[in-house]
Ligand binder design. Structure first.
Ligand SMILES: *Cc1c(COP(=O)(O)O)cnc(C)c1O
Length: 404
């Protein structure tokens, strides 16, 4: 059997519909964020990255770098094993204590990524709580969807951010089955924010536990960077808060926080926690330094907000439609995969601006977009340059301008 022919047939279909993914080959330049070197056909040129999830540039923060280098010299490169078999390092426990404190919880548990933390926690909860029903927001991330699927628990989808629909679905369930309401704070593609207070209140009314993915909120919202739930004063009312160390904290890894019993339960039963090598201690040390810094510094968050506002105002002045939301994410809808890719190519080739075209299945077909994430390190000149580029392209491509 010619397997490559089978693979290529499906890849060709992707290319046909414009949904084939091309990765930009970048080389990050320490101290130059958001500037990167782009490698194309053996050549390199500088580009400004406009779609990084290193939202605050903490991945190039000197304190974070120093913490990682110090820990590598002290402990070496890898953890040396799974958490159970010789891999639990002192730095992991220090980081878990830092995370528990960040979210004002009894305990925290580290995973190798945010994806794994969602997958492992939801699949363990859903499979081990008898008759459990998971009520999942329709906009939830793939890692939550896969965790729920793997758990084989009953899943009830509720309309995105629609608390009335959530309540109707909770009401329809038997009173005595364990229920988990799973949702995110900031949805990464539209940048909209969940009505967390209303969700928590409905969940409490029906005795459901709340599972909140704060991946796009941690480091960025709340007085100490504890996320949107911290900003709203709601952390104590959420059963489980999940986050990543790979986005605003600028390193890599994922975690959950909650009661000591909850974390011990996941630690004891989650395959995705148990059967994999622990994160390098140096990664833990760097993440801890990043979190500790953002707990006591608002400077990065405030500057980021300023730059986000400048970009939005500039887009408004240029008549370029962008999605309104209360977050740091600025989506510009193109609504066609081929056009989105074409625009992104022009921006990269002609203007030295890198923004990845966002297509299916990351977003639904017909909602393809460019997604800009201004950071505190994008200068006013970077923003002006981006606006000049977009204005020029909008004219060239005759894309419909915003109507009132
Ligand atoms: C990126 C993302 C994750 C996964 O986090 P990683 O640390 O990148 O694996 C989980 N949830 C949401 C909503 C995300 O956007």
């Amino acid at each position: 059997m010619n397997f490559d022919a089978l693979f290529n047939a499906q890849l060709d279909a992707l290319k046909e519909e414009g949904n084939y993914r091309y990765f930009a080959e970048l080389e990050r330049k320490c101290g130059k964020f958001p500037l990167c070197s782009n490698h194309v056909d053996g050549e390199q040129r500088d580009v400004t990255v406009w779609c990084s999830n290193d939202y605050l540039g903490m991945g190039q923060n000197q304190m974070v770098i120093d913490a990682m280098c110090e820990a590598v010299k002290r402990t070496g490169t890898g953890a040396g094993g799974t958490r159970n078999i010789s891999g639990t390092n002192h730095d992991h426990l220090l980081l878990e204590a830092e995370l528990a404190d960040l979210h004002n919880k009894e305990a925290a548990l580290l995973f190798t990524s945010g994806y794994v933390s969602n997958w492992a926690a939801l699949s363990t909860l859903g499979s081990r709580l008898e008759n459990c029903v998971i009520l999942s927001d329709a906009g939830n991330h793939a890692s939550m969807i896969e965790g729920i699927r793997h758990s084989r628990a009953d899943k009830v989808l509720w309309k995105h951010n629609d608390v009335a629909d959530l309540e109707a679905k909770l009401q329809a369930l038997p009173a005595n089955v364990p229920k988990i309401v799973a949702f995110e704070s900031v949805y990464s593609m539209d940048g909209d924010i969940a009505p967390i207070r209303d969700i928590v209140e409905v969940a409490e009314k029906y005795g459901a536990m709340t599972y909140l993915d704060e991946v796009h909120g941690v480091g960025l919202y709340g007085p100490r960077g504890g996320g949107v739930a911290e900003q709203e004063g709601l952390m104590d009312r959420i059963t489980l808060i999940e986050g990543t160390l790979g986005k605003a904290f600028g390193v890599v890894g994922g975690y959950i926080t909650g009661s000591a019993a909850l974390c011990d339960f996941i630690r004891s039963f989650a395959s995705g926690f148990i059967f994999t090598t622990a994160l390098p201690p140096a990664v833990a040390a760097a993440a801890k330094a990043s979190i500790a810094h953002l707990k006591q510094s608002d400077t990065e968050r405030m500057k980021q907000r300023e730059q986000v506002k400048k970009l939005r105002d500039g887009l408004d002045r240029a008549g370029i439609p962008h999605m309104m939301n209360d977050s740091h994410i600025v989506p510009v809808m193109i609504k066609d995969p081929v056009k989105t890719k074409m625009l992104a190519d022009y921006l990269m080739d002609e203007w030295g601006i890198y923004v990845q075209p966002i297509n299916y299945p990351t977003v639904p077909k017909g909602t393809e977009r460019l997604r800009f994430t201004p950071s505190p390190l994008h200068s006013d000149e970077d923003i002006a340059h981006l606006l000049r580029a977009l204005t020029t392209l909008w004219k060239q491509c005759a894309i419909a301008h915003a109507v009132a």
